[in-house]
Design a protein around this ligand. Structure first.
Ligand code: PLP
Length: 426
């Protein structure tokens, strides 16, 4: 296979044989038939590979996961029903009650709540850290029961860039893996594994699907983390699993241990499987992802430059701007561009930002982000509505922040829409 992401996006994963369908077929079947009871029994014992029930595995899902895995430069991958499920599985495959992990505080609000509230109820504690702290300061948050470190390549909604190498060092100095949510950058613009990340997650709902058609998630394992080197930290992977007749994932499956456990154990028990139909849409999205990401980035660059030049705009964050505090990190981790998402505030504060949003005609107000159409959201009124201005400041989200997700329209049309809305608010 070519090293080019453009070619990999089109050809990796599914390779049809003579007379096979050219496009990945949708295996719309819950189950598979076998000739003997013994054939089926071996599948249940993980002694033979094969499909038997779609909650565990489905060929359409596996071909699509294999493509995304190749694009990320990983060893093994799986799809999940949503990005939330992917991040939950990624952590819960390592941590159990009594364990602790570290996450950047600059992450998607839904993930923040999952880690800080819901997983806490399961007995797993998360410490949220300022990702800009130096390594020595971050080290102070590590405890004897810390099992992994988590961050987003490009943070939602503040579009800051994670220093992946710093976080990988923090994790590896302490014998634990780094998990990175690569949703906004996509493997087209950043491959976190090349910078030392061990496990990559995605909300495929965003750029990968790209057309607001299907919710989904994915986990890609680099296969690089040595679970046995610190075996006492990861009993779920390094000691026998009673629900699989005493099988030990790390010794039996080697580099495939993490994804095998997540599939055979977590997917079996929680059932957050992607539907083959949605996997097919994700497959279509992956094929054109490199072309779309380039256009998202060039459009966003033009919009960011316009916003930075207009004196009715209070501030703008876009790592592609040379003046942006994340520009150097963006050049290191995302040299081809970051993504289409940027954020800014309109002079006049929260009220002016809201009036501006309501005056737009082309760009639409939506919860979604990272889509073919230009979308925007005001976190203080929507996703973070329950927080006071002080609490918003603590979360690093100014009350006037507009999250603006630049789509694939003609950039002049997007900029003209912004101009007419700014004219209306005076
Ligand atoms: N990770 C990031 C960075 C996100 O932006 C989102 C959703 O916006 C998620 C995870 C959750 O994904 P999903 O909505 O597919 O469950």
């Amino acid at each position: 296979m070519s090293n080019s992401i453009d070619t990999t996006a089109l050809h990796a994963g599914y390779v049809p044989g003579n007379g096979d369908p050219r496009q990945v077929p949708i295996w719309q079947s819950t189950t598979w038939k076998y000739a003997t009871s013994d054939d089926m029994g071996k599948l249940f014992d993980l002694e033979a590979s094969g499909y038997f029930y779609t909650r565990l595995q489905n060929p359409t899902n596996d071909f699509v996961a294999a493509k995304l895995c190749a694009m990320e430069g990983g060893f093994a991958g799986m799809l999940t029903s949503s990005g939330q499920a992917a991040n939950f599985f990624a952590i819960f495959n390592i941590c159990e009650a009594g364990d602790h992990f570290i996450a950047s505080s600059s992450i998607y609000g839904g993930t923040y709540n999952l880690f800080g509230v819901t997983m806490k109820k399961m007995g797993i504690e998360c410490t949220f850290v300022d990702q800009e702290l130096p390594l020595e300061e971050l080290q102070k948050f590590i405890k004897p029961n810390t099992k992994c470190v988590f961050g987003e390549t490009i943070t939602n909604p503040t579009v800051n860039i994670l220093d992946i190498e710093k976080f990988a060092k923090l994790a590896h100095d302490n014998g634990i893996p780094l998990i990175v949510d690569n949703t906004f950058a996509t493997p087209v613009n950043c491959r976190p594994i090349e910078f030392g990340c061990d496990i990559v997650t995605h909300s495929t709902t965003k750029y990968i699907d790209g057309h607001a058609s299907s919710v989904g998630g994915a986990i890609i394992d680099s296969g690089n983390f040595d679970w046995m080197a610190n075996k006492e930290k990861f009993p779920g992977l390094t000691t026998p699993d009673e629900s699989y007749h005493g099988l030990t994932y790390a010794t039996k499956f080697g580099k495939a241990a993490y994804i095998t456990k997540a599939t055979a154990q977590l997917m079996r028990d929680f059932g957050c499987i992607q539907s083959p139909q949605n996997a097919y849409y994700i497959q279509l999205g992956l094929e054109s992802l490199p072309v779309r990401m380039a256009r998202h980035c060039s459009n966003a660059q033009k919009v960011a430059e316009f916003l930075a030049s207009d004196d009715r705009i209070a501030w703008v964050n876009y790592p592609g701007l040379e003046t942006d505090k994340n520009h150097a990190l963006a050049q290191k981790y995302c040299p081809k561009g970051t993504c289409g998402v940027l954020c800014f505030g309109v002079k006049g504060g929260r009220e002016a930002s809201i009036r501006f949003m309501d005056s737009l005609k082309l760009a639409t107000i939506a919860t979604h982000v990272a889509d073919s159409k230009t979308l925007l959201l005001h976190p203080a009124s929507h996703t973070h509505r329950q927080l006071t201005d002080e609490q918003l400041a603590e979360a690093g989200i100014p009350a006037d922040l507009i999250r603006f997700s630049v789509g694939l329209e003609d950039p002049d049309d997007i900029i003209n829409d912004i101009k007419q809305a700014l004219d209306k608010i005076g």
